[in-house]
Design a protein around this ligand. Structure first.
Ligand code: WQD
Length: 351
């Protein structure tokens, strides 16, 4: 059984990817400092779904010695999937050094260990944000990248460059996976998104508004040149994203890669407007959302969605979830979180 190291394994996409890896016969270890994730919720969810107890090394990748020790303890790592990074666009604008230090130092320490321990395969969690505001949509992997709209996006662009140069100079083969907008939750409702503090991303804002955590939400812009005036994005279910990582690893292990660093877009290829997403949510939940048409959000691109042909053809990727299931699973997860919180409140009241 091949052993895979998943960094950020307690995070939203990391935890769902561990489930998919296990279901496809891999042995998995996680490294996650849990600065922005819950080890207990993630590992419990993974165990409930797969029956497997996963070891998480509670290590900050910015500590080279602690990271190196993980590799000394696991000399048989067949591949790495690197998720661990900060990813809040707005926060990155306010605190660029926090993002450059965390995301880049962590990656460089990891790659130093990849080199020393000759890890053959490396998959990187990148983002459609590397395209900036594209001149033409849908974007393909050949669409030129543009100046990133945020330090977060810049760390993804720099990460891609560092990995390409590293793979060219070393034995390791890499893959860059450019996600569009990951949303939803595992159908078992044992795993889902845990936004820390006030969410910025559309779907958690929708579900928290519907559940009453947020009083009113705003559509950021209704005067764009789109079919209903609101922005277009390519929402993709987190389980479809997860499976693409397993396929990418298998693709490298079977030496099917065309270059030292192949690149794939991970999107459905369908553009959905903000208002269409809201309407779908209202239809599946039966909840009338309290929203208002507000001003545009600085930094937003009007429309971006993927041409995903390469991932479908080369990786054999098959998208299993549509917008309806994305909204339904996200809502089921929000309802479960609320039930947990209500139970904790009742217990606290009794104590
Ligand atoms: C989607 C659309 C908003 C909230 C970013 C990063 C990307 C990835 C996902 C990390 C936009 C609109 C949102 C709200 C709204 N990051 N919106 N009201 O900006 O496309 O992508 O997050 O993995 O790399 O760039 O995602 O969900 O923030 O916004 O109208 O309360 O929803 O304006 O058009 P975005 P998002």
């Amino acid at each position: 059984m091949k052993k895979i190291l998943v960094t950020g394994g307690c995070g939203f996409i990391g935890s769902h990817t561990i489930v998919d890896l296990i279901e496809n016969g891999f042995e998995v270890i996680s490294v996650d400092d849990n600065s922005r994730s819950s080890e207990e919720i993630a590992l419990t969810g993974i165990e409930k779904i797969t029956g497997k107890k996963i070891k998480n090394y509670k290590v900050d990748l910015k500590s080279f010695d602690e990271t190196h020790a993980i590799f000394q303890e696991n000399e048989d790592i067949a591949g790495i999937i690197h998720f661990a990074a900060y990813k809040a666009v707005g926060e990155s604008v306010e605190q660029p050094l926090l993002y450059y230090e965390n995301n880049m130092f962590g990656l460089i320490n990891l790659l130093k260990c990849v080199k020393e321990f000759n890890v053959p395969n490396f998959v990187f969690s990148s983002s459609c944000t590397v395209y900036g505001n594209p001149d033409a949509i849908p974007v393909t992997e050949q669409t030129p990248t543009k100046k990133a709209e945020s330090p977060y996006g810049a760390t993804k662009q720099m990460g891609e460059t560092i990995i390409q140069d590293f793979s060219s100079a070393n034995n390791t083969n890499s893959i860059l996976l450019r996600y569009f907008n990951p949303v939803g939750a595992h159908p078992s409702n044992e795993l889902g998104e845990l936004p820390l503090g006030k969410p910025m991303n559309l779907v958690p804002v929708i579900t928290q508004t519907a559940i009453g955590k947020i009083n009113k939400m705003y559509v950021h812009g209704s005067d764009y040149e789109t079919r209903d005036g609101s922005c277009i994005r390519d929402y993709i279910h987190v389980c479809d994203i997860a499976n693409a990582h397993t396929l990418a690893l298998q693709y490298l292990i079977e030496a099917k890669n065309k270059t030292k660093t192949d690149i794939f877009n991970l999107g459905t290829g369908d553009g959905v407007t903000v208002l269409e997403a809201i309407n779908m949510f209202e239809a599946i939940s039966g909840v009338k959302l309290n929203y208002e048409l507000g001003p545009r959000r600085p930094g937003d691109v009007m429309a971006i969605y993927a041409n995903n042909n390469l991932a479908v053809e080369a990786l054999g990727w098959q998208i299993k979830f549509g917008l309806k299931e994305m909204m339904q699973t996200a809502w089921n997860w929000e309802l479960k979180l609320k039930k947990k919180q209500d139970l904790l409140k009742q217990q606290a009241a009794l104590n």
